[in-house]
Design a protein around this ligand. Structure first.
Ligand code: ACO
Length: 443
């Protein structure tokens, strides 16, 4: 049997792939991931055969990096964080434990977790001047746009974030990480409180609360109100945050990595990730799903009509919350969220007709040839909005709730990228524009 070689990066070279261009053949190493994934390294293609590059629109089959954080197999519906099955984590872990696991690679012991929690709380205070920026936004501003701007603005109040040598300063990196995990929930809280006319809270130093419970307080605690969220609410929110915590190289995470690859700081990189998540094809789908379910309800609840619309190529309507770039099987997160939605609504005695419409849409889609042939299943966003609605969160804040969950994943991927000294992200292109021409003014 052939002895496997490794690269200086410890990648296992399992084979070689040959590309022939104009009668010349070139060999490239083939790597094997620990789950058996096979990956051809074409990095040297251009230097071997001048001017030759590869194209893969939307990076449908291109690995942009090597990572040890999250493993997912879209064909089998598997999702693991640092080797732990997401279903088990959602059942047994706290969101902060999962955040620590994703970022630092191992589950924290009690002391490590307590310190992480306290450091986040201590670094959560948001400067009063940031509030002036918030006041300048029109009340109609979408919370995602506001959050992205404020996150970037936080750089001005944390100047180390742009000047720090993150690769050398372990302490500096840790401090920035706890600042992000402390301050962004405060800003998210502001967004909800402003819409509801509650006074703003400037720090997490409310009471000694667990991180998930604390976020609920930052959102819902009214002045002079002894707010104590019920256990089913804390449980379901903890689950949602864990299920959103990372998803390897998706659109927003790739954005965070590519912005950070220019050595921009963590705050601006996260700000870019928030903007990428906002779009309805990505995290913005959770708001779009709720709006779609409401529109179907107002139109008489005829789900079959909307299945027909989704299949009609002349109709721009898409079944939001359905389909996924990598899952060609049921998204494991959607399965857990659907069950959690059922349980949570029952526990608080809510019978939401939108949940029934969602279930009917799913049932009809899953037996329809169009959806079967294209392997389209509900994704993480299909049922999450129903839970947020029952929690009393307005639809324009659903994607911001996704941000809270995804923060540890973005941070973990950004940290890994910096520590591995990844080169600046800079794809190639296939130029199809004008041939050279001489300037002649048209004035
Ligand atoms: N409704 C109807 N048809 C769909 C849907 C949908 N939701 N999703 C995909 N299709 C069809 C496409 O029209 C295409 O059909 P064709 O082969 O006849 O042209 C085929 O399925 C493949 O779809 P693509 O758009 O090429 O797949 P891609 O991987 O590029 O897109 C995406 C994935 C963006 C998630 C897509 O499925 C979609 O738009 N879904 C709705 C939005 C959504 O729920 N996004 C959240 C994703 S999860 C997340 O990001 C957190």
């Amino acid at each position: 049997m052939q002895k496997l070689k490794t690269t200086s990066n410890n990648l296992i070279v399992s084979d070689k792939a040959t590309i022939s261009i104009d009668g010349e053949s070139y060999d490239f190493p083939v790597y094997k991931g620990i789950e058996g994934d096979v990956c051809i390294d074409i990095k040297n293609l251009r230097s071997l055969s001048e001017g030759v590059t590869t194209i893969d629109r939307g990076f449908k089959n291109t690995a942009s990096c090597e990572s040890k954080i999250t493993y997912l197999d879209g064909e089998k519906g598997i999702l693991r964080y640092r080797g732990y099955d997401v279903e088990e984590l959602a059942k047994k872990a706290s969101f902060l434990e999962v955040a620590y696991l994703l970022i630092f690679g191992e589950l924290p012991g009690k002391e490590e977790l307590d310190k992480f929690h306290d450091d986040i709380v201590d670094n959560s205070i948001v400067n009063d001047d940031v509030k002036k920026i918030v006041d300048a936004f029109p009340s109609s501003a979408h919370p995602m746009g506001v959050l992205s701007s404020l996150t970037s603005a936080l750089t001005a109040f944390n100047p180390n974030d742009v000047s720090l040598d993150y690769v050398r300063s372990k302490e500096g990196m840790y401090e920035t990480i706890v600042k992000v995990l402390g301050k962004i929930p405060i800003l998210v809280g502001w967004s909800y409180r402003k819409q509801n006319g509650f006074p703003l809270q400037y720090s997490m130093k409310i009471r000694n609360l667990d991180y998930t419970d604390m976020i609920l307080h930052l959102l819902f605690k009214k002045p002079n109100d002894e707010y104590r969220p019920e256990k089913p609410l804390i449980d379901v929110f903890n689950k949602l945050l864990i299920l959103h915590a990372d998803h390897e190289q998706n659109c927003s995470t790739s954005t965070v990595r590519i912005v950070g690859s220019s050595h921009a700081g963590l705050f601006p990189s996260i700000s870019a990730g928030i903007s990428a998540l906002w779009g309805p094809l990505h995290g913005g789908a959770n708001q779009a799903v709720l709006e779609m379910l409401k529109a179907i309800q107002e139109d008489g609840g005829n789900t079959k009509k909307y299945i027909r619309k989704a299949k009609d190529k002349e109709d721009p309507f898409r079944l939001m919350g359905f389909g996924h770039r990598v899952y060609k099987n049921y998204d494991p997160r959607a399965k857990i969220i659907k069950a959690a939605a059922d349980k949570f609504l029952k526990s608080i005695g809510v019978d939401d007709p939108l949940l029934q419409i969602a279930k009917e849409l799913e049932e009809n889609a899953l037996k329809d040839k169009y959806f079967i042939d294209r392997k389209l299943f509900p994704n993480v966003d299909f049922y999450s909005g129903v839970i947020y609605r029952a929690m009393g969160i307005p639809p324009n804040m659903y994607t911001i709730m996704f941000v809270l969950g995804r923060l540890p994943g973005w941070i973990a991927q950004w940290r890994e990228m910096r520590l591995m000294k990844e080169p600046i992200g800079r794809p190639r292109q296939l130029f199809t524009g004008s041939a050279p021409r001489k300037f002649k003014s048209k004035k």
